[in-house]
Design a protein around this ligand. Structure first.
Ligand SMILES: [Zn+2]
Length: 196
């Protein structure tokens, strides 16, 4: 897939201490090959999406997720949407599709069911090294898919959740604009367990 990775975006996501890209976010697999996003960027995307997934899932239990969305076009009107639910569903479905069976088992135990590495290793009969190796691979694979997904990427999150006019959508969803999240939403994030 020839996805056009934006340099500025990649730079902002890159890990400063990364030994592979030195914090630039792009690297070449061969000297003349095309530049591609560094693994630290892909993992960063995954982690941001996973944090939002957990946030949506925890909110889901307590408060209603119905949000008011504006439907554009000739007659502007408001409609009710369920963006959080949509995100939770997208996160799960996209991951199921992108991962192979073995990867998905690890993903399910570790990320969806919240088992820590010790429990995962015991349950999946893996050693620690292999487990974390797989986790890294899963994060990188999903980070890329979440960003490159067509027509609606899960990342950037503010585009998924906020104010983007969705012109390409057909039928009843045409010109659907989603109400932006409150700007202080970061402050509302619950403490998240540190993930590998
Ligand atoms: Zn890097």
């Amino acid at each position: 897939m020839n996805f056009d990775w934006n340099r500025t975006e990649v730079l902002a996501l890159a890990k400063e201490s990364c030994t592979q890209c030195q914090g630039h976010g792009l690297r070449r697999s061969s000297r003349k090959g095309p530049e591609s996003p560094c693994n630290c960027v892909l993992r960063g995307i995954f982690k941001a999406c996973y944090a939002r997934f957990r946030y949506c899932a925890s909110k889901e239990k307590h408060i209603s997720t119905v949000r008011l969305e504006q439907v554009g076009g000739k007659d502007r009107r408001m409609t009710w949407g369920r963006k959080d639910e949509e995100f939770i569903a997208d996160f799960c479905l996209v991951s199921r599709r992108a991962l192979d069976d073995e990867e998905y088992r690890i993903f399910k135990f570790h990320y969806l069911l919240g088992a820590d590495w010790k429990l995962c290793c015991r349950r999946l009969n893996m050693d620690r090294g292999n487990f974390f190796h797989s986790v890294y691979r899963i994060q990188q694979k999903l980070g890329r898919v979440f960003r490159e997904l067509e027509p609606y990427a899960l990342f950037p999150l503010d585009e998924y959740f906020g104010g983007t006019i969705r012109k390409e959508l057909s039928g009843e969803y045409k010109n659907l604009a989603v109400m932006p999240m409150p700007s202080k939403r970061r402050g509302l994030m619950p403490p998240l367990r540190k993930v590998a």
